[in-house]
Design a protein around this ligand. Sequence first.
Ligand code: EPZ
Length: 417
Amino acid sequence: MLSYIIEGGRKLEGTILISGSKNASLPIIAGTILSSKITKLYHVPNIHDTQITLKILKLLGCKVKKERGKIVIDTKLMKKTEIPEDLMRQMRSTVIMAGAILGRFKEATFSYPGGCEIGARPIDLHLSAFRKLGINIEEKGGFIHCKCDKIIGTEINLDFPSVGATENIILATVLAEGITTITNAAMEPEIEDLAKFLNKMGAKIEGAGTNIIKITGVTQLKEVSYKVMPDRIEAGTYLCMVAATGGKVKLLNAEPEHITPILHKLQECGCMIETNQKVITLEAPKKLKAVDIKTMPYPGFPTDMQSIFGSMLTTAKGTSVLVENIFENRYKYTQELKKMGAKIQIEGKMAVIKGVRKLSASKVESHDLRGGAALVLAGLAGKGTTQVNHIEYIQRGYENLEEKLQTIGAKIKIKNT
Ligand code: EPZ
């Protein structure tokens, strides 16, 4: 098993270059299927989740070439429409490839992505949207077979502004007949980035980033190059890691307007924050102040930052209250933080965190991507040497995490344990 060994208690200081967004890259890579041409993508982070998505493209018959800093994808010869089950299980967000495969081939087969550590994560909203688009869905033996003669645009209202369902509907209807309108659509910046990429290819998508998105079907798409947006959760993660050690950091290639709620909460904790264009600078106080957090769909406080913020607040002055409104099981990390001396009470969706003076090193287990990042933060801020186990979860979503932390003075290394 791979672990991080972290020598804590060091004030972090320096500059970090933010990588391209994991959660924008995944739907954009899926979107290359629609053009049946060559697409050049820049700034796709080299992490497990993008590697899996590119592996699926290759298994479906696409050509994928990684050159320095860019990925060249040729989907002309793609002919398979079944997403390999083992890869579906490894990464549930591969379900958005179904929309793209359906959009081009009018058929797709995939297995139930299954839940994960943060919740059941059903795909009922995806499937009911596909049915409304005239797609016939047969579920047998854990597999979902989708097929139709053509996809006809229609009005789809989402019961919940699901990011994945919004992306899947867009991918399935770019080449559809007629107009599709999504109401109560998710408004995350990654959806706006997906729409910008598809429109550059020749799609006609209006309203991405708002809760009403209109897709007018087109008949073909062209060869494009595209640079993926910066990863807003990576940016928020490093700001919190530095804040937890009382340090100072400058983030390059960050988009401040994508993380307004995080910046405001960090200021409420007592951090000095400066932003201009794609640079964010944070200077932390000696002692952070407790704050309350409620996770909401964008533009509210992002659920992906809940565990990282919660970990940072374990040593703030006062008591903080977190409310996790998006996923039903996103507090697993708190068990691990308690091994380090954190005082956290979980009551349903709520976590009450009573600030303690310092956390102490321990051996802790990652259970999911953002929960694992929260444990790295605790190790950086805590006294002594912390061992974070099962870091494969963390490597799914953070490109070169240890190198980036080392450049700002962290003592962190990977060890086979
Ligand atoms: C995306 O997941 C992100 N993943 C998640 O980031 C992020 O936490 C989430 O959006 C919310 O912002 C990617 O973009 C790859 P949802 P997604 O559909 O699309 C329920 C990370 O750490 N729901 O908006 O799966 C669902 O159970 C990951 O980078 C249904 O009930 O999220 C959840 O409670 C974790 N039925 C809520 O909606 C459905 O059909 C939000 O899910 C779909 C979703």
